[in-house]
Write a protein that binds this ligand. Sequence first.
Ligand code: PLP
Length: 436
Amino acid sequence: MRPPSVDALARSLHGLEIPHAVAVDLARAAIAAGDAASAPELALRWRRARLTPVVNGTGVLLHTNLGRAPRPRRASRGRQHEPEPVRYSNLEFDLGSGLRGSRQDHVGPLLASLVGAESALVVNNGAAAVLLVLTTLAQGRAVLVSRGELVEIGGGFRLPEIFEACGARMVEVGTTNRTYRSDYARALGAEPAVILQVHRSNFSMTGFTASVGIGELASLGVPVVADLGSGLLDATTPWLEQRPPAWLAGEPAARQALEGGAALVTFSGDKLLGGPQAGLIAGRADLVGECGRHPLARALRPGALVLEELEETLLAYLARSPLLIPFWQMAMAPVEGLRARAGSICEKAATGQPVGLTAVAGGGSAPGQSIESAGVALDGDHWRSLIDHEPPVLSRREDGRTIIDLRTVDPADDDVVADALRRAASAATCSTTGSG
Ligand SMILES: *Cc1c(COP(=O)(O)O)cnc(C)c1O
C-alpha cells in the first residue's frame, strides 16, 4: 500500500486540535519513520506536552509538580460570572509518562522548532539570559567583544558591568566604529570561552563603520553567542501573509543567526516576539543544557504565568496567526484603515483633525526606522486632561498640538479616544471662558 500524502495525513490530525504547521511536521515525521499510523499518537503526545490546567486529586495543597499554589481567583470586576474551577497545572509534570517533568519542556521545544535550534531555554528576561549564558560558559575566562558593541540598554544593563557580574574577563577588540575579523583573530591568544556579539538595539551607527558577520566570527573556531535583544524569530517572517516590512530590514533574526553559525542566541520575549517578559536562549543542545544545569538557572527561571503566555504566543506563530499577537497586529495594520478610523473619531468627538504620522517599533528594536501611521491632532496641550480620562489616554505633544497615534490603539478603544478628545476640548473651552 502506498503511504498517504503528508498533506492528507496532516489533515486527518486536525480533529486533535493542533496547528496545521505542527500537523504537517508530525505527519512528515511519521511517514519518514515508515509508520504513518503512528501520526495520531504523535499528535496526542504533542498536545499532552502543552501547559494545561489539571484537576489535583493528590491531596497535596502545594504540589511542586503542579505549580505549587493554584492561581488566585480574580476579584470580581463588574458583573459576576460563574466562578471558574480552581485548577492546578502540569507545570512540572509529564502527562505522557506520568512522571515529574521540567517546566522547560513545554515551551522549549516549540521555540527550538520555530528558530531551527537544537534546544531552547526560558528565563526571566533578556538580561537574565545574557547573565546565565556568560556565567555558565565564561566564568573565570575571557570573552571577546567588539568595542562598537559595548552598549547600555535602558535600566542599567551595561555590558562591562554584566561581564563583571558574571566573573568573565572582557577582552575588547577593534574600535568604536570599525572592527574586523582580524581583530578577533589577534585576540584568540586570550583563549576566549566565547565570542559575544551584541545587537546595537537602541542606536544606529552610520558613516565610516565596519563590523563582522556571524559567519566570519564562527569561522574563528570559538562558540559565538549572539545577544539579539529584539527577538525577531525569522527574518523571512513566515507568520505574515505579506513580505517582511521595510522597517525590519536591519533587525537580526534568531533563525538566521543560528544558520549563520551562532552557537547560541539570546533575546527578549516582550520585544519583537510580542510575548510576555522573558529571556530566551536557543542554540546548541550541549550549551543550552549546560546553562539549564547551572545553579543560577534555578534563580532565573520563569513562572507559570509567563510560560503560559509565552506558549500562547509561540503557538500563534506556529499557527501563522499574527492577529493573535497584538504587536504584529498593530505593526502590520494597513495605514488606510488607520486614516479612516481617525476620520470617524474626529466626527464622533466633533473636534480634532486626522493627520498622517510616523510610529516606531520602540523597546530597543529597529532603531532609526519608522512605520507609516495616522491619527488625530488637537490644537493646544491636552496631554494632562487626556491622562485624567478614565481609562487614561496617553498622547504625544508636537508643535503645540496634542497627537494620538492610532497604530497603537485597539479599534475597540476608538470610542474611548473620541470621548477623551471631546472632553479634553470642552474642558479647554470652559477654562478659557472661565478665565476670560
Ligand atoms: C533589550 C536588550 C537586552 C535586555 O533584555 P531585557 O528583556 O530588557 O532584560 C539585552 N541585550 C540587548 C541587545 C537588548 O536589546
